[in-house]
Design a protein around this ligand. Sequence first.
Ligand code: EPZ
Length: 430
Amino acid sequence: MEQYAIKGGNPLVGEVEIGGAKNAALPILAASVMTNDVVHIDNLPDVRDINVLLAAMESIGVIIHRDGRHSVTINASNIRNLVVDDENIRKIRASYYLIGALLGKYKDAEVTLPGGCDIGCRGIDQHIKGFRALGAEVVLEHGMIRTTAENLAGNHIYMDLVSVGATINVMMAASMAEGQTIIENAAKEPHVVDVANFLNSMGANIKGAGTDVIRIKGVKSLHGTDYTIIPDQIEAGTFMFAAAITHGDVTVKNVIPKHLESISAKLLEIGCEVEEDDDCVRVVASKPLNHTHVKTLPYPGFPTDMQPQITVALGLAAGTSIVTESIFENRFKYVDELTRMGANIKVESSTAIIDGAKRYTGADITAPDLRAGAALVLAALSAEGFSTVDDIKYIQRGYEDFHIKLQKLGATIELVENEKDVRKFKMKVG
Ligand code: EPZ
């Protein structure tokens, strides 16, 4: 089974190119089935979740042509069936975006319900509430969610909580409903805006994305488009924190600095220097890190997807820090692994109380989920001695060429397949 073998201790230094945003690309791919014309998408990250979704789309008759590693042409004029179910799609949460897209276009969709997840119970009630408000009948049975409607009609929908997935899903279906839909208490994440821009480029009429009220005037049909996905806020944030954690100097390139403001603000607070340019941000960590408090919040607050990375940094900061997770209830599972590397962290329900340690020490650790897995790799890169990180399939769900990008910044990290490879790695790097 693939693992990362890591020797810690090198400050990461240099430039890293950030790819397209996974969490924008997933709904954009799903939304591309809403037209019978050809859609061309660029800056697609080559990561596992994207490839699973593309395969599921092919399984219902969507024709997908890979134009290169990061671009695809999609033709959904010949969809054969509106039931999406296979072993792989059950593993990705974003499968539910096909419901909103197919319901909008065909007024009929049946998609496997997203399975349990490693970061906590993730409801889908707001998606269902939104579809029902548009006039759809929604049935959950045999592990599937089935939605049908004679007609979809616009409505005024107040989301009970801020949900990225429900906002996007309802926005997609409402784009092809009759009349106007207003979504209140909408999510404001950059990827919500990117999906709205994508749909508008196909002829939809969506206004207000990026604020908490989105207004959608339904249209009868959507047309083809050429679209480039925004840079990945969380991949960028992960490399920015890599600089802090390893006391390095990293420039993340091809980013939208505005999307990184909450991350930059925390890095400044803990004593890093942050320089912004038009499409890049440089983080220099030349001084010891300071403690701070942080609570994860919907955008523009500090992202839950950056919570493990900041916790790893604060585990090395002088003094006591407090990290509060307010989005997912089970997102501190990695703390046990970090403790094995020397961290002093106590978790009490949704709060982690961190007493900064002088250093981490290498250990054999396991990635419990995508972002925590990446954060543990960063801990291992700063640690004294060797580490291995297992279950990297989680990391590969959302980071393209993670170890290669880290190597280019001077990290001693290799992808290995077995014990023999680990021994060889240790002999090679000493
Ligand atoms: C998206 O998940 C992202 N995934 C997550 O990224 C990210 O952590 C999350 O948004 C928050 O920013 C994708 O975009 C594919 P939510 P999503 O709906 O849409 C509750 C990563 O690492 N909720 O905003 O599923 C829910 O349980 C991943 O890339 C309901 O109760 O998140 C959670 O507590 C992990 N009922 C909160 O709302 C609902 O109907 C926010 O969830 C919907 C959500």
